[in-house]
Design a protein around this ligand. Structure first.
Ligand code: NAP
Length: 264
């Protein structure tokens, strides 16, 4: 492994790019700079043209991009058929997908108001999708592999308004641990880890009521007096995908200015 290009020769799947502010885009830039070849998805017609343009301009005209809606099994199957047409091996996959529908209690208001269908949809898209993508990519990880998912601290402690997304992140983290145990025992082991990012201004984050006020809390309370940057998330994701993390699996790594250790 070259220290300058720790992902040289590796092939990665990046999910969850919506625009250049997306955490997935920051991580893709880091993986690309580290020498990886990348394959991307876009979610739905609304994002299609913007994501394709951004990806081709940033990573080259021949970078593969394909539709993937993780709430649809056929879309997942079609996506992995597309991937298999472009590479015979995948080394890493980034899961940077989350969704909670607007409904009473989901991202503001009373947690006790959350409707059943909103709960099911959020858990399915934000957490079950990790299982579905892991199952889809596993046959392509013929030389072992690394799966990294993005989570948030509200899975562990109450953060006002995170409500339904907090439950989805708890499920996501637990799924990642059980997948780490399951897929780590294959002949070609797959490692599964989470990065718990501090607040970052993105499309998804703006859906959480009072989100912008969180930066002030991180400035006041975290040891480093700030949250994190896309570059720092990219560097951590590069480490996790690299051979340097060959014995690291089932972990949640906090990239949050140290906020996670603070009691009050
Ligand atoms: P983002 O740019 O809005 O990315 C979220 C992505 O998930 C979007 O591309 C979104 O597409 C996609 N998505 C939603 N439903 C999908 C589906 N059914 N199938 C496929 N893709 C779907 O926001 P982000 O903040 O970078 O989010 C990336 C990850 O980081 C998420 O898991 C988020 O919870 C996590 N995270 C974010 C923060 C933060 O402060 N921003 C902190 C910790 C963790 P649409 O736009 O079409 O819905």
């Amino acid at each position: 492994m070259s220290l300058a290009k720790p992902l040289e020769g590796k092939v990665g799947i990046v999910t969850g790019v919506a625009n250049k502010r997306s955490i997935a885009f920051g991580i893709a830039k880091a993986w690309h700079a580290a020498g990886a070849k990348l394959i991307f998805n876009y979610q739905g017609e609304r994002l299609k043209d913007g994501v394709i343009k951004l990806v081709k301009e940033s990573f080259g005209e021949d970078t593969p991009v394909c539709a993937l809606d993780v709430s649809d099994d056929q879309s997942i199957a079609d996506f992995f058929s597309f991937v298999a047409q472009h590479t015979d091996r995948v080394d890493m996959l980034l899961h940077a997908i989350a969704f909670a529908p607007k409904a009473p209690g989901t991202l503001e208001g009373h947690f006790s108001d959350i409707p059943r269908d909103a709960f099911n949809l959020s858990l399915q898209i934000s957490a079950y999708s990790l299982i579905a993508l892991a199952r889809g990519v596993a046959p392509l990880m013929t030389n072992g592999g690394s799966i990294t998912a993005l989570t948030y601290y509200a899975s562990q402690k109450v953060v006002p308004n995170y409500n339904l997304m907090a439950v989805s992140k708890s499920a996501l983290e637990t799924c990642s641990k059980y997948l780490a145990f399951d897929l780590g025992r294959r002949e070609n082991p797959i490692r599964v880890n989470c990065i718990s990012a501090g607040p970052v201004q993105t499309l998804a984050a703006r859906g959480v009521s009072g989100f912008t006020g969180m930066f002030k809390v991180y400035e006041e309370k975290s040891p480093l007096q700030r949250s994190c940057t896309l570059e720092e998330l990219g560097a951590t994701a590069t480490y996790l995908a690299s051979d340097g993390a060959a014995s690291v699996t089932g972990q949640v790594i906090y990239v949050d200015g140290g906020y996670e250790i603070v009691g009050m």
